[in-house]
Design a protein around this ligand. Structure first.
Ligand SMILES: [Zn+2]
Ligand SMILES: [Zn+2]
Ligand SMILES: [Zn+2]
Length: 273
């Protein structure tokens, strides 16, 4: 399995579009890996996880042929993870669509698409699949286990995903918060090869666990994954989904996480499992 990180920022991107904070000013000055698009991933050639407002920029920056994408898994309905405006260009008359696309998400995802596009899934050439926490689905080469995140609740069941292709497996964990016990149990014993863990608040609130994680909480999250054998001891662990309000720039983040054996995501990072 090959995972490409298409974006590594939380909702406002980094630098945030209109922000005058020191972390955004410094990201503009340094550039490079400090320029972070909204979080999304490509899995192998034909699968996306999340479809946010930077998808057009991401597709060009990382050589993604969106006409080759066969399925999109959406973690939850927040606007940084689902951009219905970009999705509606699949509509007949705006684009000449080849194959329908399979779209997986919770009820809030499908409600937002219907309400904001005012189109049916058929009109968007989308085949919809409703996901429920703990209920596996098989799509293409992947068995996907949606796990209930501790995020956006109680309004919505935001999801994290375990993907397994029969050979290797990975956890895509954002937006996460500190899981409920039921979710830890569903992840236990899977011995995955990689985990991507969110770290929205960085060092601004390092112990934060409610809805999102801070830096210390992300390390504790990794430790718990190892303890319950959700991941192998030698699994690659990557933190991602960073808010500029967390303030720590990429280079300093790498220095802080390196002793913990955790890698810091950047746009374009690739994990070959
Ligand atoms: Zn988010
Ligand atoms: Zn800022
Ligand atoms: Zn969110």
């Amino acid at each position: 399995m090959t995972i490409t990180v298409l974006g590594s920022a939380a909702a406002e991107a980094w630098p945030a579009l209109f922000c005058t904070c020191a972390a955004c000013a410094e990201a503009r000055r340094r550039g490079g890996r400090n320029l972070r698009r909204r979080t999304a991933y490509r899995i192998d050639r034909d699968t996306l996880i999340d479809f946010g407002p930077d998808i057009h920029w991401q597709s060009h920056a990382f050589g993604i042929d969106l006409t080759a994408i066969r399925r999109i898994l959406i973690t939850h309905s927040h606007t940084d993870h689902l951009d219905t405006v970009e999705l509606q260009w699949r509509r007949n008359g705006f684009s000449r669509i080849g194959e329908p696309i399979e779209l997986f998400g919770n009820a809030h995802v499908f409600e937002r698409i219907a309400r904001e596009t005012r189109l049916t899934l058929d009109q968007l050439a989308i085949v919809g699949h409703l996901l429920e926490p703990g209920r596996d689905v098989v799509t293409g080469p992947y068995t996907v286990t949606p796990l209930r995140a501790q995020h956006a609740s109680p309004d919505e069941s935001a999801l994290n995903f375990v993907l397994h292709d029969g050979r290797t497996g990975a956890l895509i964990g954002n937006d996460t918060g500190w899981w409920a016990e039921e979710t830890w149990q569903q992840a236990a014993g899977r011995r995955l090869d990689a985990a991507i863990i969110e770290c929205t608040y960085l060092h601004k609130d390092a112990q934060h666990r409610q809805g999102h994680l801070g830096a210390e909480a992300a390390v504790a999250f990794r430790d718990r994954l190892v303890d319950i054998e959700a991941i192998r001891p030698e699994a690659r662990v990557v933190v991602n989904h960073f808010s500029h309000n967390g303030m720590t720039l990429h280079e300093e983040l790498c220095d802080w996480f390196a002793p913990h054996g955790i890698e810091v995501a950047y746009d374009g990072m690739t994990l070959e499992l």
